[in-house]
Design a protein around this ligand. Sequence first.
Ligand SMILES: [Zn+2]
Length: 263
Amino acid sequence: MASPRFTLLYALLLCLPSRAECQETSRWLIQQQRGSLTVYSEFPVDLDHIEAQLQSVSDQLQNQLGIEGSDQAIELVLFRSQSNYHKYLAEKLPEALERRAVFFRNDDVSQIYVWNSRWLMVDLRHEITHVRLHQHLPFLPLWIDEGLAEYFETNADEHGASSRREAVLWKSRLGFPPRLEHLEQLNAATVMQGDDYRNSWAWISFLLHHNTATRDLLRSYLEEIHSGGVPGPFSSYAAEQITGFSGLANSYFRKMHFRLIFD
Ligand SMILES: [Zn+2]
Protein backbone atom coordinates (compact mmCIF):
# COMPACT_ATOMS: atom_id res chain seq x y z
CA MET A 1 0.00 0.00 0.00
CA ALA A 2 1.32 3.43 -0.85
CA SER A 3 2.11 5.85 1.95
CA PRO A 4 -0.35 8.75 2.38
CA ARG A 5 2.17 11.19 0.94
CA PHE A 6 2.84 9.01 -2.04
CA THR A 7 -0.87 8.69 -2.69
CA LEU A 8 -1.28 12.45 -2.50
CA LEU A 9 1.47 13.05 -5.01
CA TYR A 10 0.16 10.41 -7.33
CA ALA A 11 -3.31 11.93 -7.31
CA LEU A 12 -1.89 15.34 -8.09
CA LEU A 13 -0.16 13.95 -11.12
CA LEU A 14 -3.43 13.72 -12.92
CA CYS A 15 -3.31 17.43 -13.61
CA LEU A 16 0.39 17.91 -14.13
CA PRO A 17 1.94 19.19 -17.33
CA SER A 18 2.26 16.35 -19.74
CA ARG A 19 5.55 15.19 -21.10
CA ALA A 20 4.58 16.60 -24.48
CA GLU A 21 4.28 20.07 -22.94
CA CYS A 22 7.72 19.65 -21.46
CA GLN A 23 8.99 18.91 -24.90
CA GLU A 24 7.94 22.22 -26.45
CA THR A 25 11.29 23.11 -27.89
CA SER A 26 10.56 26.84 -28.09
CA ARG A 27 10.38 27.26 -24.33
CA TRP A 28 13.67 25.69 -23.35
CA LEU A 29 17.15 27.07 -23.80
CA ILE A 30 18.48 23.62 -23.02
CA GLN A 31 16.75 20.38 -23.82
CA GLN A 32 19.07 17.48 -23.57
CA GLN A 33 18.88 13.79 -22.79
CA ARG A 34 21.67 11.99 -21.01
CA GLY A 35 20.85 8.35 -20.49
CA SER A 36 17.69 8.15 -18.40
CA LEU A 37 17.96 11.85 -17.44
CA THR A 38 16.32 14.52 -19.59
CA VAL A 39 16.96 18.14 -18.71
CA TYR A 40 14.75 21.08 -19.77
CA SER A 41 16.11 24.44 -18.72
CA GLU A 42 15.16 28.08 -19.29
CA PHE A 43 18.67 29.24 -18.35
CA PRO A 44 22.26 28.12 -19.00
CA VAL A 45 23.38 25.34 -16.66
CA ASP A 46 26.48 23.21 -16.27
CA LEU A 47 24.99 19.84 -17.11
CA ASP A 48 28.18 17.98 -16.25
CA HIS A 49 28.12 19.46 -12.75
CA ILE A 50 24.43 18.71 -12.25
CA GLU A 51 24.90 15.16 -13.47
CA ALA A 52 27.87 14.66 -11.13
CA GLN A 53 25.89 15.98 -8.14
CA LEU A 54 22.94 13.71 -8.85
CA GLN A 55 25.26 10.75 -9.31
CA SER A 56 27.03 11.53 -6.05
CA VAL A 57 23.75 11.33 -4.14
CA SER A 58 22.77 8.11 -5.91
CA ASP A 59 26.16 6.56 -5.09
CA GLN A 60 25.88 7.48 -1.40
CA LEU A 61 22.37 6.06 -1.16
CA GLN A 62 23.60 2.85 -2.75
CA ASN A 63 26.74 2.54 -0.64
CA GLN A 64 25.28 3.45 2.72
CA LEU A 65 21.74 2.11 2.49
CA GLY A 66 21.55 -0.27 -0.46
CA ILE A 67 19.19 2.00 -2.40
CA GLU A 68 19.82 0.84 -5.93
CA GLY A 69 20.02 3.18 -8.88
CA SER A 70 17.49 2.83 -11.67
CA ASP A 71 17.35 3.54 -15.36
CA GLN A 72 13.73 4.70 -15.13
CA ALA A 73 13.23 8.10 -16.75
CA ILE A 74 13.87 11.29 -14.78
CA GLU A 75 12.82 14.67 -16.15
CA LEU A 76 14.47 17.73 -14.69
CA VAL A 77 12.59 20.97 -15.41
CA LEU A 78 14.50 24.14 -14.50
CA PHE A 79 12.91 27.61 -14.47
CA ARG A 80 14.93 30.78 -14.59
CA SER A 81 12.76 32.57 -12.00
CA GLN A 82 10.27 31.93 -9.25
CA SER A 83 7.58 33.73 -11.26
CA ASN A 84 8.07 31.44 -14.25
CA TYR A 85 7.90 28.43 -11.96
CA HIS A 86 4.69 29.83 -10.47
CA LYS A 87 3.15 30.53 -13.86
CA TYR A 88 3.94 27.05 -15.06
CA LEU A 89 2.57 25.23 -12.02
CA ALA A 90 0.03 27.66 -10.53
CA GLU A 91 -3.14 26.30 -12.07
CA LYS A 92 -2.11 22.71 -12.18
CA LEU A 93 -0.44 22.46 -8.82
CA PRO A 94 -0.95 25.34 -6.38
CA GLU A 95 0.44 23.19 -3.55
CA ALA A 96 3.86 23.40 -5.16
CA LEU A 97 4.08 27.18 -5.05
CA GLU A 98 5.32 27.51 -1.49
CA ARG A 99 8.40 25.46 -2.27
CA ARG A 100 11.51 26.06 -4.30
CA ALA A 101 11.27 22.61 -5.85
CA VAL A 102 8.88 19.69 -6.13
CA PHE A 103 9.11 16.06 -7.12
CA PHE A 104 6.41 13.97 -8.78
CA ARG A 105 6.20 10.45 -9.93
CA ASN A 106 4.00 9.46 -12.83
CA ASP A 107 4.15 5.72 -13.35
CA ASP A 108 7.80 5.11 -14.21
CA VAL A 109 8.63 8.76 -14.93
CA SER A 110 9.92 10.98 -12.14
CA GLN A 111 9.77 14.73 -12.60
CA ILE A 112 11.63 17.42 -10.66
CA TYR A 113 10.54 21.05 -11.01
CA VAL A 114 12.83 23.70 -9.57
CA TRP A 115 13.50 27.39 -10.02
CA ASN A 116 16.92 28.97 -10.13
CA SER A 117 18.19 30.26 -6.80
CA ARG A 118 21.42 30.08 -4.87
CA TRP A 119 20.10 26.83 -3.42
CA LEU A 120 19.71 25.18 -6.80
CA MET A 121 22.17 22.35 -6.14
CA VAL A 122 20.80 21.81 -2.63
CA ASP A 123 17.30 21.57 -4.08
CA LEU A 124 18.39 19.18 -6.83
CA ARG A 125 20.21 16.93 -4.38
CA HIS A 126 17.16 16.97 -2.08
CA GLU A 127 14.72 16.04 -4.84
CA ILE A 128 16.90 13.37 -6.45
CA THR A 129 17.01 11.67 -3.04
CA HIS A 130 13.21 11.47 -3.11
CA VAL A 131 13.35 10.17 -6.68
CA ARG A 132 15.80 7.37 -5.84
CA LEU A 133 13.89 6.36 -2.70
CA HIS A 134 10.56 6.18 -4.51
CA GLN A 135 12.05 4.31 -7.45
CA HIS A 136 13.41 1.67 -5.06
CA LEU A 137 10.66 1.41 -2.45
CA PRO A 138 6.89 0.93 -2.70
CA PHE A 139 6.43 3.25 0.31
CA LEU A 140 8.39 4.66 3.21
CA PRO A 141 7.66 6.70 6.34
CA LEU A 142 7.55 10.42 5.66
CA TRP A 143 10.16 11.28 8.29
CA ILE A 144 12.65 8.88 6.67
CA ASP A 145 11.83 10.24 3.20
CA GLU A 146 12.34 13.86 4.26
CA GLY A 147 15.14 13.11 6.71
CA LEU A 148 17.22 11.41 4.02
CA ALA A 149 16.46 14.18 1.50
CA GLU A 150 17.53 16.81 4.03
CA TYR A 151 20.63 14.81 4.90
CA PHE A 152 21.81 14.22 1.34
CA GLU A 153 21.00 17.72 0.08
CA THR A 154 24.43 18.88 1.25
CA ASN A 155 27.85 17.32 0.92
CA ALA A 156 28.97 15.12 3.79
CA ASP A 157 31.61 17.58 4.99
CA GLU A 158 29.01 20.33 5.51
CA HIS A 159 26.87 18.61 8.16
CA GLY A 160 29.03 19.67 11.08
CA ALA A 161 28.58 23.36 10.25
CA SER A 162 24.82 23.13 9.74
CA SER A 163 22.64 25.54 11.71
CA ARG A 164 20.37 22.56 12.25
CA ARG A 165 23.12 20.93 14.31
CA GLU A 166 23.29 23.89 16.71
CA ALA A 167 19.52 23.88 17.20
CA VAL A 168 19.39 20.15 17.92
CA LEU A 169 22.35 20.43 20.31
CA TRP A 170 20.99 23.16 22.53
CA LYS A 171 17.43 21.85 22.57
CA SER A 172 18.68 18.37 23.48
CA ARG A 173 20.90 19.74 26.22
CA LEU A 174 17.86 21.54 27.63
CA GLY A 175 15.98 18.25 27.72
CA PHE A 176 14.05 18.48 24.45
CA PRO A 177 15.65 16.02 22.02
CA PRO A 178 13.97 15.21 18.69
CA ARG A 179 11.15 12.77 19.37
CA LEU A 180 10.81 9.90 16.94
CA GLU A 181 7.28 9.05 18.06
CA HIS A 182 6.14 12.54 17.06
CA LEU A 183 7.77 12.27 13.63
CA GLU A 184 6.14 8.90 13.06
CA GLN A 185 2.72 10.48 13.42
CA LEU A 186 3.27 12.90 10.54
CA ASN A 187 1.69 11.52 7.41
CA ALA A 188 1.68 14.38 4.89
CA ALA A 189 4.30 16.89 3.82
CA THR A 190 1.74 19.64 4.26
CA VAL A 191 1.66 19.12 8.03
CA MET A 192 5.44 19.06 8.45
CA GLN A 193 6.89 22.15 10.12
CA GLY A 194 10.47 23.38 9.91
CA ASP A 195 11.27 21.69 13.21
CA ASP A 196 10.02 18.38 11.83
CA TYR A 197 12.36 18.55 8.83
CA ARG A 198 15.26 19.41 11.12
CA ASN A 199 14.42 16.65 13.58
CA SER A 200 14.04 14.10 10.78
CA TRP A 201 17.49 15.16 9.59
CA ALA A 202 18.82 14.69 13.14
CA TRP A 203 17.43 11.17 13.41
CA ILE A 204 18.90 10.18 10.05
CA SER A 205 22.24 11.69 11.16
CA PHE A 206 22.14 9.57 14.32
CA LEU A 207 21.41 6.40 12.37
CA LEU A 208 24.14 7.02 9.80
CA HIS A 209 26.83 8.26 12.16
CA HIS A 210 26.41 6.59 15.55
CA ASN A 211 27.81 3.21 14.57
CA THR A 212 27.46 0.41 12.02
CA ALA A 213 24.62 -1.19 14.01
CA THR A 214 22.39 1.89 13.76
CA ARG A 215 23.22 2.41 10.09
CA ASP A 216 22.51 -1.26 9.34
CA LEU A 217 19.25 -1.01 11.27
CA LEU A 218 18.00 1.65 8.84
CA ARG A 219 19.42 -0.30 5.93
CA SER A 220 17.63 -3.51 6.95
CA TYR A 221 14.36 -1.63 7.61
CA LEU A 222 14.43 -0.23 4.07
CA GLU A 223 15.47 -3.59 2.65
CA GLU A 224 12.44 -5.20 4.30
CA ILE A 225 10.14 -2.64 2.66
CA HIS A 226 11.89 -3.13 -0.68
CA SER A 227 11.27 -6.88 -0.38
CA GLY A 228 7.54 -6.38 0.13
CA GLY A 229 7.46 -6.42 3.93
CA VAL A 230 5.68 -4.02 6.25
CA PRO A 231 8.05 -3.64 9.19
CA GLY A 232 5.82 -1.30 11.23
CA PRO A 233 6.94 1.84 13.06
CA PHE A 234 10.69 2.29 13.04
CA SER A 235 10.75 3.04 16.79
CA SER A 236 9.31 -0.40 17.60
CA TYR A 237 11.51 -2.09 15.00
CA ALA A 238 14.61 -0.45 16.49
CA ALA A 239 13.70 -1.15 20.12
CA GLU A 240 13.42 -4.86 19.34
CA GLN A 241 16.89 -4.99 17.84
CA ILE A 242 19.05 -2.56 19.81
CA THR A 243 18.95 -2.44 23.61
CA GLY A 244 18.56 1.07 24.97
CA PHE A 245 17.96 2.48 21.49
CA SER A 246 16.25 5.74 22.48
CA GLY A 247 18.88 6.41 25.16
CA LEU A 248 21.64 6.05 22.56
CA ALA A 249 19.85 8.50 20.33
CA ASN A 250 19.35 11.08 23.08
CA SER A 251 23.01 10.82 23.98
CA TYR A 252 23.96 11.34 20.32
CA PHE A 253 21.76 14.45 20.04
CA ARG A 254 23.78 16.12 22.81
CA LYS A 255 26.94 15.75 20.68
CA MET A 256 25.82 15.53 17.05
CA HIS A 257 29.16 14.32 15.69
CA PHE A 258 29.49 13.30 12.07
CA ARG A 259 32.36 10.85 12.21
CA LEU A 260 32.63 8.32 9.44
CA ILE A 261 31.81 4.76 10.36
CA PHE A 262 33.35 1.76 8.67
CA ASP A 263 32.38 -1.88 8.41
ZN1 LIG B 1 11.51 16.83 0.52
